[in-house]
Design a protein around this ligand. Structure first.
Ligand SMILES: [Zn+2]
Length: 89
């Protein structure tokens, strides 16, 4: 998994804002993100260890250790879900 930091997510956040990929919730901390360029969809998973966030995607960029816009797109939905849960708890 790739550790998510402000630095290594910055470029992907910009790309995500432009491409606006469709994100579907699959399971707790697991999302399916539709590619903006083709019909592929990629599964993104998250983990939290010692307060640090980690994410992994199935695409080629992620394989190389880069944070892709799929991870960022799914992360935004994940944060939104967590905040909804807190409000209803
Ligand atoms: Zn990806």
């Amino acid at each position: 998994m790739i550790k998510l930091t402000t630095e290594n997510t910055a470029r992907a956040i910009e790309k995500c804002k432009k491409l606006k990929p469709t994100v579907r919730f699959v399971a707790e901390r697991t999302f399916s993100v539709q590619s903006a360029n083709n019909d592929n969809s990629y599964t993104v998973r998250f983990n939290v260890q010692n307060g640090e966030k980690f994410g992994i995607c199935e695409c080629k960029a992620s394989e190389k250790g880069l944070v892709c816009y799929h991870i960022v797109g799914a992360a935004q939905v994940n944060i939104y879900r967590q905040s909804l849960k807190r409000q209803t708890a």
